[in-house]
Ligand binder design. Structure first.
Ligand SMILES: [Zn+2]
Length: 180
């Protein structure tokens, strides 16, 4: 997993720091958390491809966390983004996304799926779980967590040679006695 801080400056960008944005790369997933103004440029500077972004998680709809969305989506569209871009955000995200597209003229729209999240698990694959939790702010705001699933590497060849007990959880118990 790679975590790339694209912007950490909060509301006003500085010469060195962009508005909010974090890119999490995990195998084929590229999860962008918030998309402040200038995020697509930060992605380009970092060498990350816009078309590789698979999900965008919006913490809240204050401008400094979303002003980069129209530009990013326009560039993804121009670059021939073919997947469905999945956007997750707090209550109101569908309305805000709809309004965003009313303000600008896009030559071509990419497929976008907007999901409004309350709390708890909202995505899971073989490797990780995405969860949301409401945060205190003056607008609906979510904090996100990416939780990697437990993985244990077992040398099966060696275990089979030394183990005289059946496979499955007994092996785990032998290796990790604290497992009940
Ligand atoms: Zn805010």
């Amino acid at each position: 997993m790679q975590i790339l801080f694209l912007g950490t400056s909060s509301m006003v960008p500085t010469k060195e720091r962009n508005q909010s944005g974090v890119l999490i790369s995990y195998k084929n997933e590229r999860i962008l958390v918030d998309c402040g103004e200038g995020t697509q440029r930060q992605l380009k500077i970092s060498g990350a491809k816009l078309t590789k972004v698979t999900k965008i998680l919006i913490s809240h709809w204050h401008g400094d966390h979303v002003l980069g969305l129209p530009g990013l989506i326009q560039s993804m569209s121009a670059a021939g983004y073919e997947k469905t871009l999945r956007i997750y955000g707090p209550k109101g995200s569908k309305k805000f996304m709809r309004k965003l597209f009313e303000v600008f003229v896009f030559d071509r729209r990419i497929k976008i799926e907007v999901n409004e999240i309350k709390r708890g698990k909202f995505f899971e694959n073989d490797d990780f779980i995405l969860e949301a939790e409401p945060l205190k702010h003056n607008v609906e705001t979510l904090g996100y967590s990416l939780r990697e699933k437990d993985k244990r590497k077992i040398n099966l060849k060696y275990i089979k040679k030394i183990a005289s007990f059946p496979s499955g959880r007994y092996w785990m118990k032998r290796i990790r006695p604290e497992i009940k």
